[in-house]
Design a protein around this ligand. Structure first.
Ligand code: SF4
Length: 121
């Protein structure tokens, strides 16, 4: 299973989720929304951010990532909306709707279930 994660740009810019470690560790342990891949091959092939509020660049950003993956002979099987987006984003429903319409693969809401990030004002 080839996984792409969509993250919150504000969370990334503020470096409050260093190294995307929570998503990485959750997949390694098959915890949170990655539990569904227990006993299955699964890898994160890319992390793309939403492009900043209100998240309208998520589809173009995903498109660029898909091109990069195609050049590596890789594809995407599933897009996970990061727990950062799910927990803090006021535009989450719009982002999910856009992804479901345009991503062309399954969309899962969430990644890890550790303490979610907060955007600092
Ligand atoms: S709050 Fe939502 S739209 Fe704004 S940067 Fe974060 S994920 Fe993107």
């Amino acid at each position: 299973m080839k996984i792409v994660i969509v993250s919150c740009k504000k969370v990334r810019e503020q470096n409050i989720c260093p190294g995307d470690a929570k998503c990485m560790v959750a997949l390694m342990r098959r915890e949170g929304e990655f539990e569904r891949y227990k006993d299955k091959d699964a890898a994160i092939v890319g992390i793309v951010d939403c492009g900043d509020c209100p998240g309208t660049r998520v589809i173009p950003n995903l498109g660029v990532l898909k091109l990069q993956l195609a050049s590596l002979n890789e594809t995407v099987d599933v897009v996970h909306l990061g727990t950062c987006v799910v927990s803090v984003c006021p535009y989450k429903d719009d982002i999910v709707e856009a992804l479901k319409k345009k991503a062309g693969v399954e969309v899962v809401e969430g990644t890890h279930k550790y303490l979610p990030e907060k955007i600092f004002p």
